[in-house]
Design a protein around this ligand. Structure first.
Ligand SMILES: NC(=O)c1ccc[n+]([C@@H]2O[C@H](COP(=O)([O-])OP(=O)(O)OC[C@H]3O[C@@H](n4cnc5c(N)ncnc54)[C@H](O)[C@@H]3O)[C@@H](O)[C@H]2O)c1
Length: 289
């Protein structure tokens, strides 16, 4: 079996950089995608790591980066879709400023790059990873693996960062809905980590200092969550794990109340999958014309 290759987005800082080092220590080769270079002091080994400049919110940028990443060692086995930013717009706190500046005119179009990076970026990454994973010439592991970084804000709304909250809820929804088909059709497991507060460069000035020390989640808890999802025996799929303080708490997919009372021959989720499969394949064929 050839040695496995991981691709990590948002790899030049915080959780992504810690994961890169963690994987390198376990004999993975790692491709780092980021809009900024990894810090020189990280001293990443040249033969086992490759940095590619990439804006995950741009399909063209991410597609070019995945192509280069695949060509590097001729395979990709694990994608940590981790790049993320916080809010770049505010509806209510800036409403008075907009009133003064724009009057009867519509205010300036909001900056939606949080959605581009956190949600579109994760979707693009899942599509690109699947494409290249299926081109691997051999297996290095039993199954492919995608782990998306959501947040506690993907489970509990965070006032003040509604865009961030919506995108992280979106990541949870993506993971739960992608996972069954990804495993069945492509042999890829899809899971998500929902970290609590980890000191990184994500926190705006002041937040880190104001945060209670007893409420800080160590990076080791986040790395433990990655280890869980990379564990081939445990073979987690469709899970969102809350990583808070020293605890990992699994948040499986909830079941709608009353669903046990509906008399059916086929599970509703399987029905969804079968109906949409045919329709989506038709869409894909049509877009080639
Ligand atoms: N730190 C926390 O407390 C915390 C909690 C919950 C979730 N998260 C999530 O963890 C992930 C990693 O964040 P972090 O805390 O390590 O922050 P960080 O700011 O230290 O690292 C994020 C990295 O993403 C990169 N990045 C930003 N925009 C990008 C883009 N368009 N394309 C490619 N790379 C881009 C940045 O350059 C940076 O290197 C994010 O998705 C974040 O939402 C963090």
């Amino acid at each position: 079996m050839s040695s496995p290759v991981a691709i990590v987005t948002g790899a030049s800082s915080g959780i992504g950089l810690a994961l890169t080092k963690h994987l390198l220590s376990q004999n993975w080769s790692v491709v780092l995608l980021d809009v900024q270079n990894p810090p020189a002091e990280a001293a990443l080994p040249k033969d086992k790591s490759l940095y590619i400049h990439c804006d995950v919110g741009s399909w063209d940028s991410q597609a070019a980066a995945f192509k280069q990443a695949f060509e590097w060692k001729g395979r990709l086995d694990f994608a940590a879709l981790n790049a993320g930013i916080d809010d770049r717009d505010d509806i209510f706190r800036t409403a008075a400023l907009d009133q003064a500046e724009f009057g009867n005119h519509a205010p300036r179009k909001p900056d939606m790059s949080t959605f581009d990076v956190n949600l579109l970026g994760a979707y693009y990454g899942a599509k690109l990873f699947t494409h290249y994973y299926l081109r691997n010439p051999s297996k290095s592991r039993k199954l492919g693996c995608i782990v998306m970084t959501s947040s506690m804000a993907g489970l509990y709304p965070h006032a003040g960062v509604p865009q961030y909250t919506a995108t992280k809820y979106g990541v949870v929804g993506l993971v739960r809905s992608l996972a069954p088909v990804a495993l069945k059709v492509s042999g890829i497991r899809v899971n998500s980590i929902c970290p609590a507060f980890v000191p990184t460069n994500l926190a705006p000035p002041g937040l880190m200092e104001a945060w209670p020390k007893s409420g800080i989640t160590p990076m080791s808890t986040i790395m433990r969550a990655y280890d869980e999802f990379l564990d081939e025996e445990k073979a987690w799929n469709g899970q969102c794990v809350e990583a808070s303080l020293e605890e990992l708490t699994y948040r499986g997919t909830p079941v709608p109340p009353g669903s046990e009372k509906v008399e059916i021959d086929i599970h509703p989720l399987r029905l969804f999958d079968e109906i949409y499969r045919e329709r989506n394949i038709k869409f894909a064929r049509r877009s080639k014309i």
